[in-house]
Design a protein around this ligand. Structure first.
Ligand SMILES: Cc1cc2nc3c(=O)[nH]c(=O)nc-3n(C[C@H](O)[C@H](O)[C@H](O)COP(=O)(O)O)c2cc1C
Length: 329
């Protein structure tokens, strides 16, 4: 993990993937202080809100942390400026290929840029654009997902790109044995989200945490696209009534598209706003029926609320034991 840890400036190369509404000051600082690398989820925050969140996180964190920005945010450029003013060391760009100039502007501030390549071709393109590290994330993950599993992405991409820059593997990681496996394949580290939702320091509503503790892997299902004309990125979440609400939302947006009331980009933005609102209802208000319970398949390995430091310790112990037993053969 040394290469990944050096890159992050953390004790261990365990990134806590940004989770909208969940990855705020308390969880981010707790993860970083415990030796992992916390990342603030900017989500739909305004530049003023992000500014306040970074200030508050700095007051709690004794170690570095990063900020995750969504590329389709209309104020992306201002958000980059906020990160630069604070001297944020690592900016993670999520939600599609970064718009022209974004990577250069972040790098000019002295920060490192981390992106998510959906395919090997995109990974190579991002490397040519100057990104400093990549996260490859499989469809086992919680939240927005691509169509390919983590194990296949890791086999396809690590041999080709892990020699060029640090690559972190994400999606479906619940235990340290899996971390050991990806490190052996050439990863510089890993990123986990679901496993950290029930950290004691996470401000997620008790109902949200209870739903995670009760759920098994097969409860975390991908959303279904109902209209071929309206491509929506699938989201993995625990099954509940919100799946029907999402179907209704897609019909409503598809109708506006048909009637020429909105353009495709606006239609897709409306879908993303829907998710942000639905996730807030569940994480903040505790409405676990009508809100979105974004969760990855590793949710079955979340069995109790425990401090972030204990989660990280357990992952490291499991990874070390796995590597030692393999070395003994
Ligand atoms: C509740 C929830 C919210 C998430 N929100 C975001 C987000 O705002 N931005 C982002 O890049 N990824 C988001 N993710 C993905 C995580 O950052 C991380 O990559 C993913 O959870 C890793 O897979 P795992 O859940 O299998 O550990 C979210 C995941 C969850 C579970």
């Amino acid at each position: 993990m040394a290469r990944g840890a050096d890159f992050l400036g953390a004790d261990h190369a365990i990134l806590a993937g940004a989770m909208s509404w969940v990855s705020e000051r308390n969880l981010v600082a707790a993860i970083s202080n415990a030796g992992g690398f916390g990342v603030i989820a900017c989500g739909a925050m305004t530049p003023e809100l992000l500014d306040a969140e970074i200030t508050a996180t700095k007051a709690l964190a004794t170690k570095p942390f990063g900020v995750n920005l969504i590329t389709m945010h209309p104020a992306l450029s201002d958000l980059i400026d906020v990160c630069a003013r604070h001297g944020v060391g690592h900016v993670v760009l999520a939600g599609g290929l970064p718009p022209g100039g974004a990577i250069e502007r972040i790098k000019a501030s002295g920060a490192k840029v981390i992106c998510f390549p959906p395919t090997l071709a995109f990974a190579k393109k991002l490397i040519r654009s100057g990104v400093d590290a990549l996260v490859i994330e499989g469809m086992e993950a919680g939240g927005h997902i691509g169509p390919v599993s983590t194990s296949v992405l890791a086999q396809e991409m690590l041999p080709e790109i892990a020699g060029t820059l640090p690559v972190f593997v994400a999606g479906g990681i619940g235990r340290g044995e899996a971390i050991a496996g990806y490190l052996e394949m050439g990863a510089a580290g890993v990123q986990l989200g679901t496993r950290f939702v029930c950290a004691t320091e996470s401000i997620a509503h008790p109902n949200f945490k209870k739903a995670f503790i009760r759920a098994s892997a097969r409860d975390a299902v991908a959303s279904v696209q109902i209209d071929p004309r309206l491509p929506v990125i699938p989201v993995r979440a625990l099954k509940n009534a919100s799946s029907d609400l999402f179907t209704a939302k897609q019909r409503e947006v598809a109708l506006s598209l048909d009637e020429g009331k909105v353009a495709m980009a606006e239609a897709q933005l409306q879908i993303e706003h829907y998710w942000a609102g639905a996730l807030r209802r569940a994480v903040v208000d505790g409405d676990v029926e009508n809100g979105s319970l974004m969760a990855g398949q590793s949710v079955g390995m979340v069995t109790r609320e425990e401090p972030a430091a204990d989660i990280i310790r357990a992952l490291l112990d499991q990874a070390a034991a796995a590597l030692e037993s393999r070395a003994a053969f």
